[in-house]
Design a protein around this ligand. Sequence first.
Ligand code: SAM
Length: 276
Amino acid sequence: MTAGQVPPAASESRGSRGFDARVAHPARVYDYWLGGKDNFEADRIAGEATIAAYPAIQASARANRAFLARSVRYLAAGAGIRQFLDIGTGLPTANNTHEVAQSVAPESRIVYVDNDPLVLSHARALLTSSPEGATAYLDADLRDTESILDLAAGTLDFARPVAIMLLAILHYIPDTGEAHRIVARLVDAVPSGSYLAISHAASDISPVEMAEMIRRMNEHLAEGNHVGRPRQVVARFFDGLELVEPGVVKVTQWRPASAVEAGGPTSLWGGVARKP
Ligand SMILES: C[S@@+](CC[C@H](N)C(=O)[O-])C[C@H]1O[C@@H](n2cnc3c(N)ncnc32)[C@H](O)[C@@H]1O
C-alpha cells in the first residue's frame, strides 16, 4: 500500500458497529482524556464521569501513549522489527505507530486495525506512510482474528517477524479465556523473533478508584465491556514468550525516559515479549 491510499480492505467493514454519536465509544472517550477534538457530547459526559472517579485517568492515558512510543522505538531500533500489527489503534493522535517506527526505519510496514467507525473515517491520517514503507487500515474486530490475519497478509509478510501491538484493548474483552485465546492465535500466526506488546487496565493499581472509574465507564458504553485485571493475569498473556526487561510493570516504569516519567500516575500494566 503506498502513502495515503485507503486499502481495499478498509472498505470491507468487517468490524464496525453502527455509528451512534449518542452513546460513548472507547476510542472517543480516550480521545477526550487525551485532549483531542474527535469526540461527542456522550463521550465528554463519560469522560467527565470517569475523571471524577479517577482524576489521574488523563495522565494515565498520556502515559499509555508514551509507552506506545517507547515500545515501538525499542522494537524498531533495538529489536530490528520492521512489521507492526497494531490492533485497537484509536483515533489518530501524536506519535502514531507508523510515525514512530518509520522515524527509525522508513521501510517499516504497519497494519492498523480498529472496529470504531469514527476511527475508520479518520483512517487516512494513519496512512501517511513513508514512500519506502507501507501502512494499511483494517476495519475489523479483535475477536475476528482469522479475518485480521487474512487481510493483514496483504501488507505484512508473516514469514518474517511481526510486532503485535495490543495496547489498551484487551480490557474490552471481558472473558479472560477468550482474551487468552485471541492473543494465543495471533502469536501462533507469527514466526520466531516476533514480539507482543500489551498494555492493560489494572484492577490492582488504585483499586478503589479504578473500580469506580470502570463502573462509570460501563454505564456509558453501549457494550459495557470494560474490565480491569490484576498484574498476574496480564502477565499470563505473555506465557511461552521471553519478556523483555523490565517485564510486566506499570507502563510509566517500562524503560522510562526520565525519573519524572517513571514516577507519573498510571492505571495500566504493560510489557513487551519476544517469541522464541
Ligand atoms: C483506549 S483505545 C487505545 C488506542 C491505542 N491502542 C493506544 O493505546 O493509545 C482502545 C481502542 O480499541 C478499540 N477497540 C475496542 N474493542 C475493540 C475490538 N473488539 N476490536 C477492535 N477494536 C477495538 C477502540 O475502538 C479504541 O480505538
